[in-house]
Ligand binder design. Structure first.
Ligand code: NG1
Ligand code: MG
Length: 472
């Protein structure tokens, strides 16, 4: 059975999920605290727990929603959820959602009604749980399974340590963890692929027309390897990274408020890409009935390649150059659209080049340089062609490169959030020291962040494992 067709794993202890040593110890105290707080809040202990990790995307930015493969790895940072199904004899079934940090994230009560709409006009953290709740039952319904009424309610407690608004997918961590918790509380277990698909769809109720990278890696991650994620259908292939390399994640401290203001930027990009795809389809001779079904640039890649091949070249970029510049669209009118399409096609190629470099038999240091160069090219393309960077990200990328990063790029949607750098394993601590001096020091001195929190803003990470249900 392919990995993606396996059910979401169920563990009876933390050992299978978290590493030994400090991390396991920290995990133990987090789960213990969750249990205690659950009892204090609801007067019962939870039925079960679920966890889902955040991720860092190594390469392949803003191309998942265009149907192209991406290459992320899961972080150890995760969201954990404790859940209990409310007693069946209670006539007032509700979905109660509380956060362990209830000062910052106040609790909510929703009616136990899985078909309710998510109110986008009020951006509140518990909407992510509501999306998951809706997603599980939309999926149950889509499968033709019976949903018993009256609907059962749940008591839910959430503890997330994935940095927020940082492009490392705190949103999908909470959606995926909540979804598998509700699924398990209902006695259901769908395959990782199914959960990845329906959580991608249900997270869109937040308001962004996102692709499926974050949910897919959160569910399909495997300890020690990054994953090449393909879409339509979702597949996940192990990518074993060179041992001598390490990835360092550093936060630009500019929040990428994608679910609020940057949502429009993100959604514009989705629309611009669709526009580019439709114009290219028409230009390349597709019949109008066909054009209606064109949604993404990957839908018309075949046409682009056929066109380019006829000219003796084989890149979809040639079709972009030739066809998107022609009248009646003036270059000015369509400039953005051309740039977006160029980014998507070239970024899609870089993902495969990255994977090829990883698989090549070259020495580790040669490999690492190639990977670093691809990451740098990816950043330039995001910044110049896709226009999803910001001054703080540019500054941080520069600092990373000047201090030994073999490659450094924005990760996640951009417009703020984190930079991921590839550095040699042996120089991780000196690299972190340099970032502290050259980027974070002034921000600590000005009181923007606290020195003791620095390791939540800059850290090295190895690929960690995927989402799991825990019967502790
Ligand atoms: P972040 O910014 O990490 O939430 C978003 C999308 C991804 C992908 C990246 C850009 C969501 C849930 N995720 O990630 O699907 O498109 O941007 O590559 O919106
Ligand atoms: Mg997100």
């Amino acid at each position: 059975m392919a990995d993606v067709e396996e059910p979401v794993p169920v563990f009876t202890s933390l050992q299978g999920v978290y590493g030994k040593g400090d991390t396991l110890y920290e995990a133990q105290s987090r789960y213990q605290r969750l249990k205690t707080k659950f009892f204090e809040t609801y007067g019962h202990i939870p039925d079960l727990y679920a966890r889902a990790p955040g991720r860092v995307n190594l390469i392949g930015e803003h191309i998942d929603y265009e149907g192209y493969s991406v290459l992320p790895m899961a972080l150890l940072h995760d969201t954990i959820v404790a859940i209990r199904k409310q007693d069946a004899n209670n006539n007032h079934q509700t979905v109660r959602v509380v956060n362990i940090d209830n000062h910052k994230f106040p609790g909510f009560v929703f009616p136990a009604e899985p078909l309710q709409e998510v109110d986008r006009s009020k951006h509140q953290w518990a909407n992510y749980v509501l999306c998951a709740y809706k997603g599980v039952f939309d999926h149950v319904k889509a499968k033709g399974l019976e949903i018993k009424t009256p609907y059962s309610g749940y008591d839910i407690l959430v503890d997330g340590i994935v940095p927020m608004g940082a492009g490392v997918s705190s949103s999908s961590a909470i959606v995926c963890a909540s979804a598998i918790a509700i699924m398990a509380a209902e006695g259901l277990n769908f395959s990782k692929r199914e959960v990845a698909e329906f959580t991608c769809i249900c997270e869109r109720h937040i308001g962004t027309q996102s692709g499926g990278m974050d949910q897919a890696i959160s569910l399909m991650a495997k300890k020690g390897v990054a994953k090449l994620i393909d879409f339509n259908p979702i597949r996940a292939t192990d990518v074993v990274l060179p041992r001598k390399g390490a990835f360092v994640i550093a936060n630009s401290l500019t929040v990428s408020t994608k679910a609020v203001s940057a949502a429009s930027e993100y959604n514009y990009r989705v629309v611009e890409c669709r526009l580019a795809a439709m114009v290219l389809a028409v230009r390349l001779g597709m019949a109008l009935e066909g054009v209606q079904n064109v949604n993404t640039l990957s839908d018309i890649e075949g046409l682009c390649i056929a066109f380019a091949d006829a000219r003796g070249e084989s890149s979809p970029l040639l079709a972009v150059e030739t066809h998107l510049h022609e009248k009646p669209y003036t270059a000015h009118e369509i400039e953005d659209v051309i740039q977006r399409a160029k980014h998507v096609f070239s970024e899609a190629q870089r993902v495969y080049q990255f994977r090829e470099a990883v698989l090549s038999s070259e020495a580790d240091d040669v490999k690492l340089r190639r990977l670093g160069n691809l990451m740098n090219e990816s950043h330039t393309s995001c910044s110049k062609l896709y226009d999803c960077s910001c001054p703080e990200l540019e500054e941080l990328v520069k600092v990373c490169r000047a201090n030994g990063a073999l490659g450094a790029r924005l990760t996640g949607a951009g417009w703020g959030g984190c930079v991921v750098s590839l550095v040699e394993e042996g120089s991780v601590s000196s690299f972190l020291e340099s970032l502290k001096k050259e980027f974070f020091r002034s921000r600590i001195d000005s009181g923007r962040i606290k020195e003791e929190d620095l390791d939540t803003y800059a850290f090295a990470s190895k690929p960690s494992g995927g989402a799991a249900i825990l019967n502790l």
